[in-house]
Design a protein around this ligand. Sequence first.
Ligand SMILES: *Cc1c(COP(=O)(O)O)cnc(C)c1O
Length: 320
Amino acid sequence: MLPLGITPYYASLIDPEDPEQAIRRTKIPTMAEFERSGDECEDPLGEDAHSPLPGLVHTYPDKVLFLVTDFCATYCRYCTRARMVGGGEFLPEKKMWERALDYIREHTEIRDVLLSGGDPLILADERLEWILTRLREIPHVEFLRIGTKVPAVLPYRITDGLLDILKKVHPLFFSIHFTHPDELTPEVRTACNRLADAGIPLGGQTVLLKGVNDDPEVMKRLNLGLLRVRCKPYYLHQCDPIQGSAHFRTSVAAGQEIIRSLHGHTTGYAVPTYMVDTAGGGGKVPVGPGYVRERDGDYLVLRNYRGEVTRYWDPGESDE
Ligand SMILES: *Cc1c(COP(=O)(O)O)cnc(C)c1O
């Protein structure tokens, strides 16, 4: 159903003997992918409905998702774009990119362009440079970011030549997809440090996966490990209900418990925002645990990280 592709580097981290190994489960197909459950669909986020042209998703007012290729260096079994990746549906070609660039030029409200796919870093340096410099020439595009898993699955891609290109288009942020602390090898740490040294702020994006990282201890190791390579855990994503993903999905309560286990118990920078992406282009909704229990007259009743209830005097506002 979903293409299989794993870099030799990442394959070297996979345990051939243990089918339950966390990172193995995220890459090697199993029969569970053929099971269907009620709420699953091909395009759970309704991206296609918010796609003004191939390769562009414009869901939010001032930012667009620019899908520059549908290929990845390594395919994740829970991919939110399983419907389109790896099929060559849009080959990375300039004609398609030109049309997307025209759209961004015409829509002056777009100040944030997120390159994703597929994985933008599978493109050759010259092609990536072509896209990035054209985006940089658009006056209203203030903020560029690249969503990628390449630093985790192909750390050798972070070459001097690539960094020279990236440095020229600042401000450029990276959102790097990490799943498990086992991914933080010396090679990956070097790749992240090189990106950070090039002045690129790094954010971590993690999908919450049953039996892979739905454990407070694993998530703490991952997030603290990311901070050590200057990557700030940005979002923890609830696994999207793509077809054949039931074996990966946890309850939202499980994700809230993980956030609760981090907040206050360790460095605040290590606590990502927990997000559910909603159907039909409703967008991302933060669903982290609430710490405001109720309003009691002029007081807010709060619960702290230790579970203690305190009252905060907050007169005047009586809603929520
Ligand atoms: C997630 C997403 C973005 C980026 O959202 P941020 O909250 O700014 O990180 C932009 N466009 C689409 C369609 C998205 O799904």
